[in-house]
Design a protein around this ligand. Structure first.
Ligand code: GUN
Ligand code: ZN
Length: 433
């Protein structure tokens, strides 16, 4: 493969800006470049010295555009792509009215294939190069997404969603045994193949029986390099429902913990209304929680305590949660995280937002060092942002003073129009029509 040299502004992180002053964590080259060889980042540095040292490299000059690691969306539901922005419901009603009827359609592998391809093309158009998705209860739903990601060369995390309780509608229910067997087959087929990771996926404890949670805990114990993704304490009504279904549980996290579904490779989406014991346990085991800000405001769930949980030492990823989330864009997602941080009284810095959307999510998915990082050795998944992509952003950026004042308008107001290019494993991804 030829050596590629991408020229533009570059921004790399050398530490976690939630734990150290962000000024100590950022390396910025205003006239920078990224050298790519064999699908990986070889060097990030000054444009002139890279050009002098690598005269044979194929150059793509992005001018003053900002080169970042591709965004990592740590929690989403590709089967909900076609019901994004459905009006007027809160979590349980929203699931019953919009989500479950749509998820039934994934019994048809051709439908699953079409939506998987559409979702990944939308992700790439928005600068997202890795995502972690739920499937439906259909084995083929996971096959469809893994296949579509493989065809695009994308790093992907996904799993077949498991629901066997009568709280899920007939037609969208499996059994403890079929959930185990089909998940095991998918692990065999996909986990560690190319750029794929399998995530064992109980939807959430209200739609699983104890027997199913126990079976999936056993599956995880037998396949400890897999991730495990689920939902936790998203909405107050949901927590009350969980208490009715699991009267013996100490708290929501306990419904997972007591069945072997709490561990360092666990991903717990939302995690808004946590008890002190839950925070302690998540921190002790090194599990990750995933912040889904556009979903939290869209479904009316509540205000995630980003700064507080980061200070407590939790691993936190950032995610769209489409179609509960209202955007495929991680820029829009960062903007919503900023707005929620303001409502909680601590404005997060743009450096913290960009770190969360890249390295933070990659760490949550145990993919750090591979993706989410603009540094030597990382896989060359990149997004190139035009920092003046619309007239509204351009007029603000023209008055900006310094890097962050220039970048923040694109975080707050940008969308897919800000994405000049997306690179996947060292190749420029074609922009679908
Ligand atoms: N809790 C259980 N399932 C879902 C889902 O599909 N979306 C969201 N936002 N929360 C959930
Ligand atoms: Zn979700």
């Amino acid at each position: 493969m030829t050596t590629q040299l991408l020229l533009g502004q570059t921004l790399s992180f050398t530490g976690d800006p939630f734990l150290q002053p962000w000024t100590d964590c950022v390396s910025h080259h205003e006239r920078g470049g990224v050298l790519i060889a064999d699908g990986r980042i070889a060097v990030v540095g000054d444009r002139a010295s890279l050009q002098a040292a690598h005269p044979q490299a194929t150059v793509t000059d992005y001018g003053r555009d900002l080169i970042l690691p591709g965004f990592v969306d740590a929690h989403m539901h590709y089967p909900q792509t076609r019901i994004i922005a459905s009006w007027g419901k809160r979590l349980i009603d929203w699931l019953n009215t919009y989500t479950f009827p749509e998820e039934m359609r994934f019994a048809d592998p051709a439908y699953a294939k079409a939506v998987a391809e559409e979702t990944l093309d939308l992700a790439l158009r928005h600068g997202t190069t890795t995502l972690c998705s739920f499937g439906t209860i259909h084995e083929g739903s996971a096959d469809a997404l893994f296949s579509a990601a493989e065809a695009r060369g994308m790093r992907i995390v996904a799993g077949r969603t498991c629901m066997d309780r009568d709280t899920a509608p007939p037609g969208l229910r499996d059994t403890a045994q079929s959930a185990y067997d089909e998940s095991a087959r998918l692990i065999e087929r996909w986990h560690g193949r190319g750029r794929a990771t399998y995530a064992i996926t109980p939807r959430f404890s209200p739609t699983s029986t104890e027997a199913q949670l126990e079976a999936l805990g056993a599956l995880w114990a037998a396949n400890p390099t897999c991730l495990m993704q689920t939902h936790l304490s998203e909405q107050v009504d949901e927590i009350a429902w969980m208490r009715d279904l699991y009267p013996q549980a100490r708290d929501y996290l306990d419904t997972y913990e007591s069945f072997g579904l709490l561990g360092p490779r666990g991903l717990y989406g939302h995690a808004i209304h946590l008890e002190p014991r839950e925070i302690d346990r998540l921190q002790e085991v090194g599990a990750a929680v995933v912040h889904c800000p556009t979903s939290n405001t869209f479904i009316g769930s509540g205000l995630f305590d980003l700064v507080g949980l980061k200070r407590r030492g939790l691993s936190v990823g950032l995610a769209t949660d489409t179609g509960g989330g209202s955007s495929f864009s991680m820029l829009r997602t960062m903007a919503a995280a900023y707005e929620i941080s303001q409502l909680r009284g601590t404005a997060v810095h743009p450096a913290q937002l960009l770190w969360l959307a890249t390295e933070g999510s990659a760490r949550a998915l145990h993919l750090d060092g591979l993706v989410g990082r603009l540094g030597p050795g990382a896989e060359a998944d990149l997004v190139v942002l035009d920092l003046a992509s619309t007239p509204a952003i351009a007029q603000r950026a023209a008055r900006a003073e310094g890097l962050w004042d220039t970048v923040f308008p694109t975080i707050m107001m940008g969308d897919d129009r800000a994405v000049r290019a997306t690179w996947v494993a060292g190749r420029s991804a074609p922009r679908p029509a």
